[in-house]
Design a protein around this ligand. Structure first.
Ligand SMILES: NC(=O)c1ccc[n+]([C@@H]2O[C@H](COP(=O)([O-])OP(=O)(O)OC[C@H]3O[C@@H](n4cnc5c(N)ncnc54)[C@H](O)[C@@H]3O)[C@@H](O)[C@H]2O)c1
Length: 349
């Protein structure tokens, strides 16, 4: 019998718990053997909860004292390049949460380290594994709605992002923290790279909730022109308070396709004729994309075991970061920005 693929989880925060649950309960060919977090209390709580004995306060310590095949990196964005490059140099396969990194230089350094060390890199774009998104993509690919002309993608999150993610210098703000998935989805479903973007941002609720970080915005609207000539929009409201909402509409030359809906369940309740009909909404992202989170980690482990390239990799992560950077430049300079302005000349992926 072949042994399970041994994984070290780097970071033990919100999304780490989702991946730990997948590895412990849903991926028999993978084993969570080590945990890293630089906050001892967080390390202890997550270690106890998921039954992981090998606990470390740094990846370097984990590498020297424990043995594993791969890392799942779930720390904040500003640490991604350091952890990914350290893991690559140690020959560990990498599952890297979105956003890939803070800037193009970091993305390219990760890509180079991955290439030089011959390891696999999968990006945490779980929508690529969501059954509804996957069905939509294959039906677009089959030509059912014709050539895509226009895409509208929205992600609205219920609560404030973690403190580090409210700071543009450490996260690139909600265009990255919330909308990384939309950037990737739009590029994937349109089958085309971004050519130009124009972004407006606003801040409605931040100050009232004590967010004083300079440049913080909670509402944004992105307009995109794709290289194919197609158009797109991405919107974000976070915090939106009403629930977790992720929906996409694609209009092709022949027809239209919608992915997702506002309600979270098929159940409809009426207990009071004045209140009317009530139907639950998805409350959180782990709930909306529960199946996708399991499938993406399962795919990562399968790729390591078979040696196949992951379905979503570093080039996809780099394009999403490029969209974020062009978008940030756009709202800061109050003008449309061509992707060429942020992608280094000659380095276009
Ligand atoms: N794919 C998704 O749907 C999804 C959802 C949420 C977050 N994310 C991404 O995952 C990453 C983490 O987000 P989160 O919401 O879980 O953040 P979080 O703040 O809840 O958790 C981050 C954890 O990393 C630890 N950490 C920070 N710096 C560290 C360091 N130098 N060494 C070791 N540990 C360190 C913190 O103590 C914390 O426990 C971000 O890149 C975020 O964008 C992805």
């Amino acid at each position: 019998m072949t042994l399970p693929t041994r994984i070290c989880l780097v970071g033990a925060g919100r999304v780490a718990k989702v991946h730990a649950n997948s590895l412990v309960n849903h991926v028999p060919t993978g084993e969570l053997v080590a945990l890293v977090d630089n906050v001892p209390q967080v390390l202890k709580e997550a270690g106890d909860r998921f039954g992981i004995e090998a606990r470390f306060v740094s990846l370097e310590e984990a590498l020297s004292k424990s043995d594993f095949d791969a890392v799942v990196i779930t720390t904040p964005t500003f640490t991604h390049a350091h952890f990914a490059i350290t893991a690559a140099k140690a020959g560990k396969h990498i599952f890297l949460e979105k956003p890939m990194a803070l800037n193009m230089e970091e993305c390219d350094a990760i890509l180079q380290a991955v290439h030089e060390n011959g390891i696999l890199l999968q990006m945490g774009f779980m929508r690529r594994f969501d059954p509804e998104f996957v069905t939509a993509a294959s039906r677009i690919e089959a030509g059912e709605i014709g050539k895509p002309m226009l895409i509208k993608s929205l992600t609205h999150g219920p609560g404030l992002p973690p403190p580090w993610a409210r700071d543009l210098s450490r996260s690139n703000g909600n265009l990255a923290e919330v909308n990384s998935h939309d950037w990737d989805t739009c590029r994937w479903l349109m089958g085309s790279d971004f050519e130009r973007v124009y972004v407006e941002v606003a801040n409605f609720k931040g100050r009232a909730r004590g967010v004083e970080t300079e440049g913080f915005y909670d509402t944004s609207l992105v307009n995109i022109r794709f290289e194919s000539g197609g158009l797109g929009s991405i919107s974000c409201v976070c915090p939106c308070d009403y629930g977790y909402d992720a929906r996409v509409e694609i209009i092709g030359e022949k027809g239209i396709m919608q992915i997702g809906e506002l309600k979270g369940q098929a159940v409809v309740i009426c207990v009071d004729r004045d209140e009317g009909l009530v139907t639950p909404i998805f409350r959180t992202w782990p709930e909306r994309f529960a199946e996708a989170y399991i499938r993406e980690i399962r795919h990562f482990v399968e790729c390591i075991r078979s040696g196949k390239a992951p379905k979503v990799g570093g080039i996809d992560g780099r394009w999403a970061v490029a969209g974020v950077l062009a978008g940030t430049k756009s709202f800061q300079e109050e003008r449309p920005v061509y992707l060429n302005e942020v992608l280094e000349v000659g380095m276009k992926p």
